[in-house]
Write a protein that binds this ligand. Structure first.
Ligand SMILES: C[S@@+](CC[C@H](N)C(=O)[O-])C[C@H]1O[C@@H](n2cnc3c(N)ncnc32)[C@H](O)[C@@H]1O
Length: 208
């Protein structure tokens, strides 16, 4: 599929062209993600990975809250460079990985896997299968999966790319029975240009 090869190019272009506060998914304060991470009670020593973290403010705020073991993975080197610039010297306290999550082989396991608006770009079953395999390898037993996707009433595209829209049950079906759905939040995200996007946020626990 041609887009697979162009995935990285697409995202590098987006982050080259736009300031962090100009992208459609920009959040000044990622409130629901922070709430869900707090609910996990992993504590300051919990290892947290933000998949497709982009230039989100989440890792910087988590550092300020005292979390110590943070990793951000993103396919776009440009996003990582911008995220580091934004964080200035704090960036050295984060582990950065430039990779396509569906192809990456993690050496570590994490207590929390956070993904806001990445999984929904995987429109092919084969890609979703790869993502879920990687997730299963990298998330600890009893670990928390926090995942946010476009909901059923959201636009069919994000960043000009088609997405799969979910409700909690269809997302759960996709992930499989070894995940327990613990809670769901709904959010009306408003993009910097004023477009409303319905998001669902789910926290799952990986069965021991
Ligand atoms: C819509 S943005 C969301 C960014 C961030 N999670 C947030 O909430 O602000 C999607 C992000 O996922 C990254 N991405 C897309 N496909 C990816 C993949 N296959 N592997 C890793 N990162 C990916 C993009 O570079 C981009 O930063």
């Amino acid at each position: 599929m041609p887009f697979k090869r162009d995935r990285k190019k697409h995202w590098d272009r987006v982050y080259k062209k736009n300031l962090p506060s100009e992208v459609g998914w920009y959040q000044d304060y990622p409130e629901i993600s922070l709430k869900l991470i707090a609910i996990t009670e992993v504590g300051a020593d919990g290892s947290i990975i933000d998949i497709g973290g982009g230039t989100s403010k989440l890792p910087g705020i988590l550092l300020d809250q005292g979390y110590k073991r943070l990793t951000v993975l993103d396919i776009s080197g440009n996003s990582i460079e911008k995220a580091k610039t934004q964080l200035v010297e704090k960036s050295s306290r984060i582990t950065w990985i430039e990779a396509d999550v569906t192809k990456y082989s993690f050496k570590e396991k994490y207590d929390v896997w956070h993904d806001r608006a990445v999984f929904h770009f995987l429109t092919e079953g084969e890609d979703r299968k790869e993502y879920i395999n990687v997730l299963n390898q990298a998330l600890m037993l009893n670990g928390h999966l926090i995942i946010a996707t476009f909901g059923l009433d959201a636009p069919p595209k994000c960043s000009g790319l088609p997405v799969v829209r979910y409700e909690p049950e269809t997302l759960h079906n996709e992930l499989g029975d070894n995940f327990i759905l613990a809670e769901t939040f709904f959010e009306d995200h408003v993009t910097p240009s004023g477009v409303r996007q319905k998001f669902i946020f789910c926290r799952f626990i990986k069965r021991a």
